[in-house]
Design a protein around this ligand. Structure first.
Ligand SMILES: Cc1cc2nc3c(=O)[nH]c(=O)nc-3n(C[C@H](O)[C@H](O)[C@H](O)COP(=O)(O)OP(=O)(O)OC[C@H]3O[C@@H](n4cnc5c(N)ncnc54)[C@H](O)[C@@H]3O)c2cc1C
Ligand code: SF4
Length: 512
C-alpha cells in the first residue's frame, strides 16, 4: 500500500484545470496532468482498505489500490500494465469519466477521496509519452478463423473489438460516421477530450488487426443479412441515440434544436479548424450557430454543459441552462437517496459555468415564444419544486419569460434509434426502449449481441467500455465451444452490468 497513515497528513490536490478566462477562447483540452511528485503523494493517501469499495465503484473493476501504490513507488510502467489489465482505454476514462470510484473511496466518508482519476490520467499519458503503449497483435497461430462484425465504433464497440481481436477473432467494425469514437467524438467537445487522443488509440487497434470501415450505415448502406452470413457473430453497439424532445407550444419555431444536432456540427467545425480530414460541412441553410445569440439550454446534464461550453466559445451573447431539478449538495452532488458509497445521480460538471454560463435550478419551461417570422424570441417557464418527474409542482406566481434567439434541447435520450438498422433487423426492445438482452448480451436474434448504451441506456463511457469487454467474453465462449480458454473472471459489477437506476455519474439519463 501507499504510505502508512499518509491520508492523515496529506490532503487531496485537485486536478489542474486551465484558467477559464484563457481556455474559453480556444478548443484545447482544459484538464492538465499533476506533477509526478504530487501524484506520488496523492497515491500515498490510498489506505489499501481491506474492502476497497473503489473497485466496486469503478464499473470496470479497475485495480485502483494497486496502481495508486505503484505510482507512489515510482513504478509507472507496472502501473500502466495494471491499468490495462481491466481498462482498454485509460487515456479516455482518465479524462472524462466522472469517477464514481472516488465517490466510493472510503476516505470520502469523512474526508476528500483519493484523486484516483488524476492518477489514472497521468499513468496513461506517461505511458504514451514513454512509448510503452504499442500494438500487441495476437500471435498468428492463436487466430481462431472466426469473424465478428461490430456495428458502431463508440467506446462499447471499440472495447468489444479490442477484446475480441486479442482473443484471436477477426473483427470488422462498421461505423456510419466519418470517425471512430461515437459520442466521445461527436458529443464531447475537444475542450474535454481532444480527438487526437481517440485517433492515437485507433491507430494502435488497427495495427493490432482491427479493421474499421467508416461511413457505412448498417441497415441502409449495408444489408444485415449479408453481414450475418459473412460473420460468425454480430455485436450491436449503436448507442441510445433517440433524443428526447419536448411537447409544448412553440416547438415548431425555427431556432429550436436538439442538442446533439448542435454538438455534431460544433465537433465537426472544430475538426475542420484543427485540420482533421473528412469532417463534412452542414448542408446549406442548416447551420446552427450560437455566435452573437442569447442561448437557452433546456436540460441540466453533461450534454447541456457541453452545449454551453461550445456556445461560449462561439461568442454567444449569453448562455443560460434551465434545470428542472433543485440544486443538490454543491460539494458532493449527493442527496439523501444516494449516500456513500453510491455515486451521486446528478452531474457535478460545472466547467462551462466557470467559463461564463449561468444555470437556473428548479425551473420548468412551458412554452417557446416565436417572433413575427416564426423564429424563437423567448422561453416562458415557471419555478417548480420536486426531485423527480413524478413530484414536480409549480410554484404559484413564479412564471417568467426569458429572451432567447437559440434554444437547445438537452433533456436526455429515450433509447435506440428505431429507424435504419432496427428497421432492417427487428429486435426486441425492453420497456426503456433499449435492445432487450437481459444479462446475456444476446438479443432476440441468434448470433446477434448488444453492448453499451444500446443495451443499458444512455450512461457513461466507463460503463460502455465495461459492456464491450463483457460482451466480447460472452461471444468468445460461444465461438469457442471447446472452451479452449479457462473462464475469466467477470468485472467487479457482475455479468449483468448495471441495472436501470444504478448508473452513477453524469449522464443525462441518470440526471433525470
Ligand atoms: C454530449 C454528451 C457528453 C457526454 N459526456 C460524457 C462524459 O463527459 N463522460 C462520460 O463518461 N460519458 C459522457 N457521455 C456519455 C457517453 O459518451 C456515452 O455513454 C458513450 O459514448 C456510449 O457509448 P456507446 O459505444 O454505447 O455508444 P455511442 O458512443 O453512442 O456510439 C454508437 C456508435 O454507433 C454508430 N452507429 C449507430 N447506428 C449505426 C449503424 N446503423 N451503422 C453503423 N454505425 C452506427 C454511431 O454513429 C456511433 O458512432 C456524454 C454523452 C453526450 C451525449
Ligand atoms: S474508469 Fe472512472 S470509475 Fe474507473 S477508476 Fe477510472 S475514473 Fe474511476
Amino acid at each position: 500500500m501507499g504510505e502508512l497513515s499518509a491520508f492523515l497528513k496529506i490532503h487531496r490536490v485537485k486536478a489542474p484545470y486551465r484558467d477559464p478566462e484563457e481556455r474559453k477562447h480556444d478548443y484545447e483540452e482544459i484538464l492538465g496532468v499533476l506533477p509526478e511528485p504530487v501524484l506520488a503523494e496523492q497515491g500515498a493517501r490510498c489506505m489499501d482498505c481491506g474492502v476497497p469499495f473503489c473497485h466496486n465503484g469503478c464499473p470496470l473493476g479497475n485495480l485502483i489500490p494497486d496502481w495508486n501504490d505503484l505510482v507512489y513507488r515510482g513504478l509507472w510502467r507496472d502501473a500502466i500494465t495494471a491499468l490495462h489489465a481491466t481498462n482498454n482505454f485509460p487515456e479516455l476514462t482518465g479524462r472524462i469519466c466522472p469517477a464514481p470510484c472516488e465517490s466510493a473511496c472510503v476516505l470520502d466518508i469523512n474526508d476528500d477521496p483519493v484523486t484516483i482519476k488524476s492518477i489514472e490520467h497521468a499513468i496513461a499519458e506517461r505511458a504514451f509519452s514513454e512509448g510503452w503503449v504499442v500494438a500487441s497483435p495476437p500471435a498468428p497461430e492463436t487466430r481462431t478463423g472466426r469473424s465478428v462484425a461490430v456495428i458502431g465504433a463508440g467506446p462499447a464497440g471499440m472495447a468489444a473489438a479490442a477484446e475480441l481481436n486479442k482473443l484471436g477473432h477477426r473483427v470488422v467494425v462498421f461505423e456510419r460516421d466519418e470517425g471512430v469514437g461515437g459520442l466521445m467524438r461527436f458529443g464531447v467537445p475537444d475542450a474535454k477530450l481532444d480527438k487526437e487522443i481517440i485517433d492515437r488509440r485507433v491507430r494502435i487497434l488497427e495495427a493490432e488487426g482491427v479493421e474499421f470501415r467508416l461511413g457505412v450505415d448498417v441497415g441502409i448502406d449495408l444489408g444485415t443479412e449479408m453481414l450475418r452470413r459473412e460473420h460468425d457473430a454480430v455485436v450491436i453497439a449503436i448507442g441510445a441515440r433517440e433524443g428526447r424532445d419536448v411537447e409544448m407550444p412553440g416547438r415548431e419555431c425555427s431556432g429550436v434544436h436538439m442538442a446533439m444536432d448542435y454538438l455534431y456540427q460544433r465537433n465537426r467545425a472544430v475538426a475542420r479548424m484543427k485540420g482533421r480530414p473528412a469532417a463534412p460541412e452542414p448542408p446549406a441553410g442548416e447551420l446552427i450557430s450560437a455566435a452573437g445569440k442569447r442561448v437557452v439550454v433546456i436540460g441540466g446534464g453533461d450534454t447541456g454543459m457541453d452545449c454551453m461550453s461550445n456556445a461560449i466559445r462561439e461568442g454567444a451573447l449569453g448562455v443560460e441552462m434551465l434545470d428542472v431539478y433543485p440544486e443538490l449538495n454543491p460539494l458532493t452532488g449527493r442527496d439523501a437517496r444516494h449516500p456513500w458509497p453510491l455515486a451521486p445521480k446528478r452531474t457535478l460538471s460545472t466547467y462551462a459555468l466557470e467559463e461564463g454560463g449561468e444555470r437556473r435550478w428548479a425551473t420548468q419551461v412551458t412554452e417557446l415564444v416565436g417572433g413575427p417570422a416564426g423564429h424563437v424570441r423567448a422561453v416562458r417557464g415557471r419555478e417548480v419544486t420536486g426531485t423527480s418527474s413524478a413530484d414536480i409542482e409549480a410554484v404559484p406566481g413564479s412564471t417568467f419569460e426569458q429572451p432567447a434567439d437559440l434554444v437547445l434541447l438537452a433533456i436526455g435520450f429515450s433509447g435506440v434509434e428505431r429507424a435504419g438498422l432496427l428497421a432492417a433487423l427487428p429486435l426486441e426492445l425492453d420497456r426503456r426502449g433499449n435492445i432487450a438482452a437481459g444479462s446475456t448480451y444476446r438479443t432476440s436474434q441468434d448470433g446477434v449481441y448488444v453492448a453499451g448504451d444500446a443495451r443499458i441506456g444512455a450512461t457513461l463511457i466507463v460503463h460502455a467500455i465495461a459492456e464491450g469487454r463483457r460482451c466480447a467474453r460472452v461471444i468468445d465462449r460461444a465461438l469457442s465451444p471447446d472452451a479452449r480458454r479457462a473462464p475469466q473472471p467477470m468485472a467487479a459489477v457482475g455479468a449483468d452490468g448495471p441495472e436501470a437506476g444504478e448508473l452513477g455519474g453524469s449522464s443525462d439519463a441518470a440526471a433525470r
